[in-house]
Ligand binder design. Structure first.
Ligand SMILES: Nc1ncnc2c1ncn2[C@@H]1O[C@H](COP(=O)(O)OP(=O)(O)O)[C@@H](O)[C@H]1O
Ligand SMILES: C[C@@](O)(CCOP(=O)(O)O)CC(=O)O
Ligand SMILES: [Mg+2]
Length: 399
């Protein structure tokens, strides 16, 4: 089978409000980041399928003939794009030697890769020999949606290499995006990848990785927010490791144990997201005022308290909030919490530059990574090698 080589990328995300609540049908507001995951897919004649994941120090390969044993004899459909094929996941666990219930999310990255590879290529008729290398500018397992950016890249590359979707690149363009129909398909396969890595994802992260921009997300419905003011956001990585899968399961346990206490908290998070959206819309239609920023800051504080109540806070995040508040800035965790990253809202113009610089220094003194980010980056893209930064191309070409 002649497959099409490709390089694709997808952005990470920050959730402004609604993490965890969104898993239970509430609204989330999320933005794409200017940090991306890159994937290169190469055709080979080695009769092997190889995966190189330098961010998580994982390099593996399998014989195509061994992978063919996993295909059903009957020619029955393998892995449907709308639901996870639990039997295939079970077989893959046995195949790679991962026990059910493992917390090793690195193994989950392998399972997600093999799952999407088998399903997409089985549908197109043949399992090809290939090498996939992935490199990300995102910290992995830190709340910035690295698992979704990874899953979106896997889905886009495999759908494109198999010819299921066309390449959007043309002679004039070295970077291009797919149309709505193709992006919908990429997003659905990426969601299956997220299911393998996260257990019970809401789908918000893969939606941002696919569409990019600033999104409102609720129960599978994505709306792009076109009227949003320029927001300045500081990102801080506490570097405390955590697993989204474990944190999401912990919230579910708390809901089961104290439904009458936790459900109203999730309702209140929903109201925070809706009030934030309303405020952002007002700010975009009028000139943003200090009062608008007061509201955004109060919403951040309220949500951070709610996230502590549902059990996804961490002392490192308490420190982040305290250190930034000492400089008059408001912060909350972003993503699954339990460590990982937080966001801090900066007031444009009204905040003297020295305040931002001093805050960044204070946070670095705590041992955290801290940087100002640009939001609203493009969603999944295909690139010709000419359009990829030299250092990224160099890492991808190393394997
Ligand atoms: N660049 C990458 N290479 C390989 N696996 C990745 C990469 N980025 C993310 N992953 C997968 O996603 C997992 C982290 O996902 P998660 O716990 O949801 O954190 P987050 O999505 O916030 O970064 C990793 O352990 C790995 O399985
Ligand atoms: C906690 C949650 O709302 C976001 C998780 O994001 P991340 O994997 O921590 O980047 C889970 C989800 O929406 O699937
Ligand atoms: Mg994730």
């Amino acid at each position: 089978m002649q497959i099409k080589e490709c390089i694709v990328s997808a952005p990470g995300k920050a959730i402004l409000h609604g993490e965890h609540a969104v898993v239970h049908g509430k609204v989330a507001l999320a933005v794409s980041l200017n940090l991306r995951t890159y994937l290169r897919l190469q055709a080979t004649s080695t009769s092997k399928v190889c995966i190189n994941l330098p961010n998580i120090n994982t390099f593996l390969s399998w014989d195509v003939t061994a992978l063919k044993q996993l295909l059903p004899d009957s020619g029955a459909e393998l892995g449907n794009v709308n639901e996870l094929d639990a039997e295939l996941v079970r077989m893959l666990r046995n195949f790679v030697g991962v026990s059910n219930g493992t917390l090793d999310t690195r193994s989950m990255a392998i399972l997600a890769f093999l799952y999407i590879y088998l399903c997409v290529f089985a549908q197109s008729g043949e399992l090809p020999s290939l090498t996939v290398s992935v490199w990300s500018e995102l910290p992995t397992g830190a709340g910035l949606g690295s698992s979704a950016a990874y899953s979106v890249c896997l889905a886009a590359a495999m759908l494109c290499a198999s010819g299921t979707i066309p390449s959007p690149l043309s002679d004039q363009e070295n970077t291009a995006r797919w149309g709505e129909v193709e992006m919908e398909l990429i997003n659905r396969w990426a969601f299956q990848g997220e299911r393998i890595i996260h257990g019970n994802p809401s789908g918000v992260d893969n939606a941002v990785g696919t569409w990019g921009g600033i999104l409102r997300y609720r129960s599978g419905k994505t709306t792009a927010l076109s009227r949003v003011p320029m927001l300045r956001i500081l990102l801080t990585n506490t570097k405390v490791p955590r697993s989204t899968k474990v944190l999401v399961a912990g919230v579910k346990d708390k809901m089961n144990k104290f439904p009458s206490i936790i459900n109203p908290v999730l309702e209140s998070v929903d109201a925070v997201s809706c009030t934030c959206e309303q405020t952002l819309t007002e700010m975009a239609s009028d000139t943003p005022t200090p009062e608008h920023y007061n509201v955004l800051e109060e919403l951040i504080d309220i949500n951070q308290h709610h996230l502590n109540v549902i059990g996804v806070g961490h002392p490192s995040l308490d420190t982040l909030c305290r250190v930034t508040l000492a400089r008059g800035l408001h912060s909350k965790l972003t993503g699954a919490g339990g460590g990982g990253c937080g966001i801090t809202l900066l007031r444009p113009g009204t905040v003297a530059c020295s305040v931002v610089q001093n805050t960044i220094q204070d946070l670095r003194d705590c041992g955290y990574d801290c940087w100002e980010t640009r939001i609203g980056a493009a969603g999944v893209q295909q690139h010709s090698p000419l359009a990829v930064k030299e250092e990224v191309l160099e890492v991808l070409a190393r394997y």
